[in-house]
Design a protein around this ligand. Sequence first.
Ligand code: 2DE
Ligand code: MG
Ligand code: MG
Ligand code: MG
Length: 324
Amino acid sequence: MDSLPLIKSPITTELEDFKRLFDSSLSSSNLLLNNVIAHIRQRNGKMMRPILVLLVARLYGAIRPATLHAAVALELLHTASLVHDDVVDESTERRGQLSVNAIYNNKVAVLVGDFLLATSLVHAGKTMSHEILEVVSCLGQDLAEGELLQLSNVSNPQFSEEIYFDVIRKKTAALFAACTKSAALSVHADDEKAEIARLFGEYIGICFQIKDDIFDYFENKALGKPTGNDMLEGKLTLPAIYALNSTADAWAQEVAVRIKEGTATSGEIARLIEFSKENGGIEYAVEKMKFYKEKALDLLHTITSGSDVCEALEAYLDYVVDRE
Ligand code: 2DE
Ligand code: MG
Ligand code: MG
Ligand code: MG
C-alpha cells in the first residue's frame, strides 16, 4: 500500500509552500551551478525530512514561516552532505543517477556542496531563531564528525556495535533529530517538548539507517545480486558486525579486516554477506530497528494519540521500517 498520501494528508498545502520556497532558494546567476542543481533536482526525492519537519510542527502548533525556512535549511544541508558524501565515498551513482562528481568532477561537487551548505545557513537565519540557527549549524558539525569517525574506524581492527551506533547517530540520526527539534522550536514549543521532539527524530533516524544498511545485503534488481556497496567502501554494518561478534569464524574475521582495508575481492564480499545472513545478522538488525521504532512510538504517544498528525507520524515510522 502506498502510505505516502496518508503521511502527507495533514500538511498538503504546507508541503506545496515548502516546495515553492525550496525552488526559489536555489537560483543563481552561475550557469554551471544551475546545471548541476538541475541535475540534482531530477532525482525527485520523497522529501522525507521536510515532511517530518512539517508534521512535528503541526504536532505542537500551527506551521509558521520559520517552520518552512527550517525545512528548506535542513533539506539543503542534507543535499549538500550527499553531494560531498559521494566525493568522500568515490561513488559514481546516487539513487540510480550519476553522482555530481561522476558527471562533472570532485572540484565541482565540493563547490556546489559548499553553495548548498551556505544557502542552508541563509534559510536557518531567516527563521529569525538563534536556536534553530544553532541546531542547523551543529548538525553540519555532527555530519562532518560522523564521516570522520567512520573514516578513522576503517583502520580499527575491531567490529564494535558501539562504534556502529556512534557513527549512525552522527551521520544519519542527527539529521532527523535536527528536523524534529527545529520543527518544535519553529512553533515556540518549550524546552521539554523540543527535547522530546529531538529524541523522537533521533530514534527515527536510527531506524532509517539500519534499514538502509540492511538493503545492502539483498538483491539489487539491476545487479541481480546484493550490492555490497558498503563493504566495497570498507564499511561493516550491523548485520555483519553481529555475525562476526557472535561466531569465532577465522575466515570471516580475516575477510572483515580486509574489507576494512579495502583489499577484499568481490567474491569474498559476497561470501561475507551470506555469512552474515546465515548467522542471524539480518534478524538481529531488524530486531534492533524495531526496538528503536517502539521507543519512537512510545515517545510520540506521550504527546498525542488518535489525532490525524499522530496517525501520519505512525505511518511515517511504518514507512521507514517497512519500505522496500
Ligand atoms: C550518507 O552515508 C552520509 C551522509 C552524511 C555525509 C556528510 C558529509 C560531511 P552513506 P549513501 C560528507 C558533512 C557535509 C556537510 C556539512 C555539507 O552511508 O549510501 O555514505 O547514501 O550513504 O551513500
Ligand atoms: Mg555514501
Ligand atoms: Mg558515506
Ligand atoms: Mg547506504
